[in-house]
Structures are given as C-alpha cells and as structure tokens.
Design a protein around this ligand. Sequence first.
Ligand code: SF4
Ligand code: SF4
Length: 416
Amino acid sequence: MVKQLSHRVKRPGRLQGDPEVEIPVAEDLATVPGVPLNPADVAFYSREYPLETQAIEKSADRQWALANQSKDFDDFREGHDERMTPMYEAALGSGDVEPTGTPVPGEDLTDDIRRLAREMGFGEVGFTRYDRRYTFAGKKRWARYEHAICLAMEQDYVKTQSGPSPDSDIARFETYEIQQELCLKLCEYLRSRGYHGQVHDGSDCSGPYIPMFVAAGLGQLGANGQLLSPHFGSRSRLMLVTTDAPVTYDEPADYGIHKFCQECQVCVNRCPGRAIPRDKVWWRGVERNKLIYDRCRPVMVKYHGCAACMIVCPIQKYGMKPVMEHYVETGEVLGKGSDNLEGFSLKGKGYFASGELPQFDREFFEFPHGREEDWLFEKFKERLKTAGVPGEAELADFANEVMEVLEKGETTFDLA
Ligand code: SF4
Ligand code: SF4
C-alpha cells in the first residue's frame, strides 16, 4: 500500500564528495523536528535532579562488571587503554589550552569546520548550542564553551554485524580511538584560527550527547535509545567539541523516526534482556522508550557490550533512505521478520533466529545497584536483619569501607 508523502529530508552523502540524499517521510510518520519535548520539564529536572554519569550514579556495579565481563579480548582492551590514557588526559585539559592564532572579526567558521571534520572521516557533523540542561552534575564546572560541534564516526560495518562478539566490541573501541585523536586535532585547528576547543569524549561523557545531535538535525532518537542517523543508524560513536569560535547552528529535522519505531519494534522484540519497553513514556520532559537499565546491564556486561538493539535495527543495516522508501512504497518495515536482519548469536547460548530469544534465570539479573556507598548500606541493612548488630571490629570495617568509597567519589568529582 503506497503511503502519502509528508516531506523529504535532504542530507549530505555518506562520504565527503558523495551526492546528496533525499529521505522521504510518509505522512503517517510525520511528527515534529527533533523529538517531542516539554522544555519546562527538561529545565525542571535539570535544575532539581541533575543527571550524573553512570560511573558515579551506578558505581556499585563497576567491580561486578569488571569481574563478569567477557575476557576473550582482554589483550586488545589492555592496548586500547594504554593508547587512550594520554588522549583522555589531553581531552580533560583541552578547554584550558590557549589559542595560537588570531581571530578575524566578523568571520564564521561553520563551513571550514564542517569540511575539515568530514575530510577527517566523521560521517555526520552538525552545530548547535551546547545544552547545559543535559550536563552531568560533576561536569558542570568543567564544560566551558557555548557552541557544540556534534561529530559522529561510523563504526565498521562487517565487524559490527557479527555482534555480540569480540569483533563487534573491538569495532566499538577502535572507533573511540580514532575519533578521540581526530577531535584533539580539530581543537588544534580551532586554536590555530584564534579560538578555544574542548573535547567531550565518548567514554567519559560530559552528559548525554544525543539531544544535541538531534537538535543539529543529524538524526532522531530511536526506540533503542540511540541516535538513528541517516547513513549508519546508530552504528556510530558520538563525540562533541565545544568552542567559542563563531558558528551557525543547524536545525533539527523530522525523519519520521519517532513514529516509525512504533511501527518497527524490531529492537523491542529482539532485545535479549527484554529491556526496551514497547511504549513511549514522558521521561525528564522527553517522549521516548525508556530503557530499563537493570535488564540491559547484565546482558551488556556478559555478552561483549551486547548492542543487539543496534545490530537488528534496519536503519543501521540498510540505511535510512532505503528503509523509508520501502515504507512509503509498501507500508512495511524493510527486513522485519527476516533472519538476515533479526538473527544473532550469543556465546554459549547459540543462534537465535527471528522470533527466538534466549532465556535467563533470575540470578542472571542480580548485580549491585546504585552508588557504591548506598550499596554498602543496603548490604549492611541485610546483615542487621539476618545476623543482628555486628561487633565493634566489623562496624569499624564497614565505616572504613564507606570512607574509602566516599574519598574515591571526591577524587572523581575533582577530576571532573
Ligand atoms: S544492549 Fe542488548 S540488552 Fe541492552 S537494550 Fe540493547 S539489545 Fe537489549
Ligand atoms: S530497530 Fe526499529 S524500533 Fe528499534 S530503533 Fe531501529 S527503527 Fe526504531
């Protein structure tokens, strides 16, 4: 059944120099540019309940994750950490480095930055205001500049499709390495033009970056909680460079994704942890499918970052243009119900064709929750209930454990 057309979104080609693409959006998928949001609610939650990084907010599960994660690419991971450490440090201090060049009054660097970033290999490049409403509490004093350059780097196609696997995990970390180095170079360029640049990296994020990518028109939020961008869906890693260089902001676009995801639901049906709710809710002022962390985390940790929700997404697999054209022509979701799109394997569990999912027992989903110090108190409460009030030595041990965690937290905060 051919659908009525609402509009077409024009985007640059996948690679620098490729022809522009036009993505048709069916009338029944049209909603709003970007994402439906209530600005008053976003501001309220940001002020009263600021976001915090998972490393702090969910610190209780860190040790558990290290002990339980897949070990079969430890060698690569060690090398990766070694290569990344100096680049993390450079990113952390990047906002304080002074410019080397002299700004030209009245200039606008948008086109020059976009061209350079595309030549460097970033697949999507956009400009918007750096939105402090999403900055993590511990990063608020660190984030310096008001303009955000949104940079998405495509992750290797073949390695990613093999996931969850050591190869798909390696593809993820390799992409982080490449883009971290390139973002540092982009900052050098900004300085040579007389301005500051600050790298917000992909692992130690200053907040969720997707709202800014959406505001810059680089895609829309998918049901899988990831940015669905035109050429590679969510098969990318996102970074920001913020700057005081004069730039012109891009506009958000309606690619039809907000409603398309409700038609598609492939990631909802295929998630091994059953962690993606079918329906959207209003969450901190944004209408979205809110991922259930406690059902996702164990699968991610034990199966190479999982990312089945990325791999089975038709936008990732085939690109947004063919998927949306197919929807306009047939009213159907390209690849839905096929093993080509929906099949995946989990190590030790086997292959799961479309319609089949692994089973996990209750124990699989048990892990420490919340902040490390809160988790210690939770365990202490359990101990009181089951074994009564401990002796002085045990109480002192408990106090020392809590103190150690609190001191660690202060160090993290200072670094931020
Ligand atoms: S990473 Fe895996 S477990 Fe988590 S939401 Fe995606 S598919 Fe589900
Ligand atoms: S798999 Fe379908 S529902 Fe999930 S993010 Fe991709 S397009 Fe949306």
